[in-house]
Design a protein around this ligand. Structure first.
Ligand code: G4P
Length: 192
């Protein structure tokens, strides 16, 4: 997606060869016009593929996922990273390890927000090692729902996430695919 790649070139900053800082438009301040265009780009790719529900993981996935849900006219469910005391009810959980941040969390979903025959589209901000998406897949499978597609805003193609997710047999579609980066340059794999 040209508009997104231009934004990454203009405002993104590679902290090192592994971590890209994009907090001026995606992770801290949000460029809502760009998010709207991102939602429309995901909608045009996934429309007509029988998707019944969008899911994302809090927090940075929410903006692009909400715009995608709006563009596709579908409900959106935000998976939680922690169970709060007021989150009573029947939940499913799995532990996710974040390699980038060195943290672990309990990915949590209330059963009532997913139906057994749902075909789900997962939208997330980054694809690195694919741990979050593997966790989402495990939860959906335990509810007999299907992870039918994965839409990623920024894929770090030099990390193993895409390869792992493709083994799940679902359509992985990334709007920007970073091939390599260092403090001075960000190179993309191809335009999506
Ligand atoms: P994975 O899901 O593909 O395995 O990724 P990983 O565990 O390595 O990443 C976990 C967290 O780090 C996610 O945020 C993800 O968005 C973020 N992340 C991964 N690579 C980068 C990067 O290059 N730049 C930035 N800015 N973030 C990256 P999170 O913990 O879910 O936080 P948030 O959604 O609340 O922002």
């Amino acid at each position: 997606m040209r508009m997104l790649e231009d934004k990454i070139r203009a405002e993104g900053r590679a902290l090192n060869a592994d971590v890209l800082l994009v907090d001026s438009f995606l992770n801290h301040q949000i460029d809502v016009q760009l998010m709207k265009a991102i939602g429309e780009a995901f909608a045009s790719h996934f429309m007509g593929k029988g998707i019944t529900r969008i899911v994302t993981v809090e927090s940075s996935g929410i903006a692009p996922a909400a715009m995608t849900a709006l563009a596709m006219g579908l409900p959106l469910v935000v998976l939680k990273k922690q169970t709060s005391r007021i989150m009573n009810g029947d939940v499913v959980q799995t532990t996710v390890q974040s390699f980038t941040k060195g943290t672990r969390y309990e990915l949590t979903l209330k059963r009532q927000f997913v139906c057994p025959d749902d075909r789900i589209l997962l939208i997330d901000d980054f694809l690195a090692s694919g741990e979050a998406a593997m966790g989402v897949h495990a939860l959906l499978t335990s509810l007999n729902a299907q992870l039918a597609g994965i839409g990623i805003v920024i894929e770090k193609s030099f990390q193993p996430g895409r390869q792992r997710l493709e083994t799940l047999g679902c359509d992985v579609y990334s709007l920007a695919r970073v091939k390599r980066m260092d403090a001075g340059t960000i190179e993309f794999l191809d335009e999506a």
